[in-house]
Every structure is written in structure tokens, then in C-alpha cells.
Design a protein. Structure first.
Length: 447
């Protein structure tokens, strides 16, 4: 069993509170913190199909994970670990956003829980704060740990052959990107178009209809520009416009990193608001595209004729701030590593997947037009296959970072295990008789 804190899904705890059939009771306690039977029941429904396992054994396993969580939390309270309200609120907004996406929007979430967003947040806040305090306590316990290359090598050598993970094929890719310049005239054309749309709305046209027709925000255009959010979720310029409006009012044109907007406030309750907005993104003119294409063709020609090294070409021609200072290497946002599995690559950038599928290491693609979803604009790029690794069992030569991370986690697990053993005897612990026969890893004796 891993020592790493067991993070109880917040949604399951709230759902348990909605179910009147659960007969709740305290099954364990550490210090002032109690563990309820509903905590175990709701987590069990999330993790496993209870019809296919020994439910008694599973309950014991889940209880021990919760006991570990509460032991860390109890120590955090004794040590007066501080978590700022801003940190808690930020985590809470992220959790609300995830649930909204999973359940189909804020209104459906409120209907499902039969509570307002404010009420849901009030229930989330202590749960999230406890989780953050527990994580901070663990970080403090393991914070001074570090590993050496020798420890990494020994960890790998001591792995049982059957436990060494199998790594799917991976590739590493680089790119040179030129984004055509958007001139001030291009920006002014967009501003003028948005002003005209606003004027039409002020004269009586439907904001919702105009958003469906004109807005370039893929997330809200199909909804007539409507979106629901809370303070802190949107960029500052957008929120400044929203919170400067009264319900029904429409903002003037304003700019963010995404383009130019107008927004209409529909409703606001505290920090929560519902609005409609229209986004227009400035487009480069034909001459800018021609200039960028000519420059990229020049770059490609010099690379093919070995007049420039790849690194020189990246610094000379690329204007992509995300890759220009990293030899053009495209980092996998899912793993944070340079290597990409085909599944990740196909999920993030299908065009690169198609372009590189038949390339050999060091090969280049011809210049092509593409849309950068991070920058939300079109560009021209050359892609280079930096490396291709076939399917294999993890090894130190090809997967050093992966094994290093596993070594670090293993060392932290051992540090936390020693800490738990040292603290159990000194903490106030009570476990219900129903769970006294559990085959726990640690001795959770009632103290």
C-alpha cells in the first residue's frame, strides 16, 4: 500500500451528504479529526465495483488510507501549518470548473446537488483546505530529501523484472515557426468590425444571435456567447469589464491576449456572474502571409543545403516564444517531458502526428500552414523529427527521467512510512470495533 495521501474526491463527499439512506457513524478518530462511515462508502463507489471484490477487505484498505490522511492533517494542525485563503479559493474554483465540465454546466451542477454555487463552495472550502494542509505537511516531511545517480541506478537494479514498466513508442520533435505579422491596420479593422456589431445590438439586434454569427470563441459561440464564471477564472481585462457593468449593460470594445471583446452582463451574485460575450481575433493580411512564407522558404532552403544548423535556424527565423529558446523542442504538456507517445501527440496536435509518422530521425517537413491552439493564431512551420524510440522495457539509457522520478517517489514513500510509524504511538487514535480485525499495514491501536 502506498503511503502517499489518499485524496478523497470532494464530489463523493458532497454526494454522500445528499443521500438520506446512508446511516452514518464515526468509525475512527485521530486527534480532533473524525472519519465517517459515509467517507468510506462514498469512496468505495468511486474506486471499485463492490460486487467484484471483498468489500470488507476494501473497507479496511480505504479506512487505513483515511487514517494516514488524518494523521498528516492532525500534525499540520499541531504545527500550525498555514494555507492562504487565496490558495484555497483558487483550488476551489478549479474544482468547480472541473465538475461543471463533467456535469454539463453550472445550472446542471446546482440542480444535481440541489444547492447554489455559493452553498457548494461553502462545503468545498474546508475539504480543500484540509487537503492542502495535508499536502503541505507531507512536503515539509519529505522536503529535504534528494537522490543521487547511484541511488537511481540501485533502485533500477533492484526492481523485479516483472515490475519494470513497458514503454510505448515515443518521439521527440522540434519546430521553427513564423507567425505572420498583424499590423495596426489589421487590428483596427477588427476593432471597427466589433464596434459595428455592438452598434447593431444597441439598435435592437440580438446579442445572442450576433455572438452565434460572429464570435470566434469556440467555447461559447454556439451558446450565443453565454458563459458562467467566478472572479479569478478569466483574464484581468475581461473581469474588469464584467465587474464594471450592471445587468443588461454592454461594454465598449476591449482587448485581451485572445483578441478583442464586447461583453454583456446578464446576472451577478457576489463573485459569480453570467454574461454573453463576442470575441474577434485580428487576422493578418495577405501581404503579411506572403512575407512569412517567403522567409520560411528561405529558412528551409538553407537547412537543406546545410548553410545553417538547426539551432542557428531556430534563433534566426522562429518567432514562437514557446520554443525559440529551447532549440525548437516542443514539450509534451501532459507529461512535461520532451518525449511524446503517439496517443499524446494525436490528442494534442494531429497535424504533427501525420507529418512525422513517416519521418526518420533528423528529417524535416516542408513548410506548411497550421493553427497554433496555444497562441490561437495561424503560423507557418517546419517540423523536425529529433528522435524516435521504439517500444521497449524502461531502461536507464532511454528513460532516465522516468526512473529518476520513480526513485524520488520511492524515497519519499519510505520517509513518510518512517514518519507514520514514529507518530502513531503519540497521537490520540480511536478505531471502531467493527474494524479491529482489519489487517492494517500500520498498528492503528486505540490510544
Amino acid at each position: 500500500m502506498k503511503v502517499t495521501i489518499f485524496l478523497v474526491f470532494i464530489t463523493s463527499q458532497i454526494f454522500a451528504q445528499q443521500n438520506p439512506l446512508i446511516l452514518d457513524k464515526i468509525v475512527a478518530q485521530i486527534g480532533e479529526n473524525v472519519i465517517l462511515q459515509s467517507d468510506i462508502d462514498s469512496q468505495r463507489t468511486q474506486e471499485l465495483d463492490s460486487n467484484k471484490i471483498n468489500s470488507g477487505a476494501l473497507n479496511c484498505e480505504l479506512l487505513e488510507k483515511l487514517l494516514m490522511q488524518n494523521l498528516f492533517l492532525n500534525q499540520a494542525e499541531l504545527d500550525s501549518v498555514k494555507i492562504s485563503d487565496a490558495h484555497v479559493d483558487g483550488e476551489m474554483e478549479n474544482r468547480i470548473r472541473v465538475i461543471e465540465q463533467q456535469i454539463g454546466g453550472r445550472q446542471k451542477m446546482e440542480e444535481f446537488y440541489n444547492k447554489t454555487v455559493t452553498q457548494i463552495k461553502n462545503e468545498f472550502r474546508p475539504l480543500i483546505k484540509n487537503r492542502l494542509m495535508t499536502e503541505e505537511m507531507q512536503r515539509q516531511i519529505t522536503g529535504s530529501s534528494s537522490i543521487t545517480p547511484k541511488e537511481i541506478e540501485e533502485y533500477y537494479k533492484n526492481l523485479h523484472p516483472d515490475s519494470i514498466p513497458y514503454i510505448n513508442a515515443k518521439i521527440s520533435i522540434q519546430q521553427i515557426v513564423i507567425f505572420p505579422k498583424i499590423t495596426q491596420d489589421d487590428r483596427q479593422l477588427t476593432i471597427n468590425k466589433l464596434k459595428d456589431i455592438r452598434e447593431d445590438i444597441m439598435k435592437g439586434k440580438s446579442f445572442e444571435t450576433q455572438a452565434r454569427i460572429h464570435s470566434q470563441d469556440p467555447g461559447s459561440a454556439s451558446q450565443g456567447g453565454q458563459m458562467t464564471a467566478s472572479r479569478g477564472m478569466m483574464v484581468p481585462q475581461f473581469e474588469a469589464a464584467v465587474f464594471g457593468l450592471k445587468p443588461g449593460e454592454i461594454s465598449n470594445v476591449f482587448e485581451t491576449d485572445y483578441g478583442y471583446h464586447i461583453v454583456q452582463l446578464l446576472d451577478r451574485k457576489g463573485d459569480d456572474y453570467t454574461c454573453r460575450h463576442i470575441l474577434l481575433v485580428p487576422e493578418f493580411n495577405r501581404q503579411s502571409l506572403t512575407d512569412a512564407s517567403t522567409k520560411m522558404e528561405e529558412c528551409y532552403s538553407k537547412l537543406k543545403q546545410n548553410q545553417l544548423t538547426w539551432e542557428q535556424a531556430v534563433l534566426t527565423y522562429s518567432n514562437d516564444n514557446n520554443t525559440r529558446h529551447n532549440k525548437g523542442i516542443i514539450t509534451n504538456p501532459i507529461t512535461g517531458e520532451q518525449g511524446w507517445s503517439m496517443e499524446d501527440l494525436n490528442q494534442i496536435d494531429q497535424q504533427i502526428f501525420i507529418l512525422t509518422n513517416s519521418l526518420n530521425t533528423g528529417d524535416l517537413t516542408t513548410p506548411s500552414l497550421y493553427f497554433d491552439f496555444n497562441e490561437k493564431k495561424q503560423g507557418i512551420r517546419i517540423v523536425r523529427l529529433m528522435n524516435r524510440i521504439g517500444p521497449h522495457k524502461a531502461n536507464l539509457e532511454q528513460d532516465y527521467t522516468l526512473i529518476q522520478r520513480a526513485t524520488e517517489n520511492d524515497k519519499k514513500e519510505k520517509i513518510l512510512a518512517r514518519w507514520i510509524k514514529s507518530k502513531i504511538g503519540n497521537a490520540y487514535i480511536r478505531v471502531d470495533k467493527e474494524y479491529e480485525d482489519c489487517n492494517f499495514k500500520y498498528s492503528w491501536k486505540t490510544n
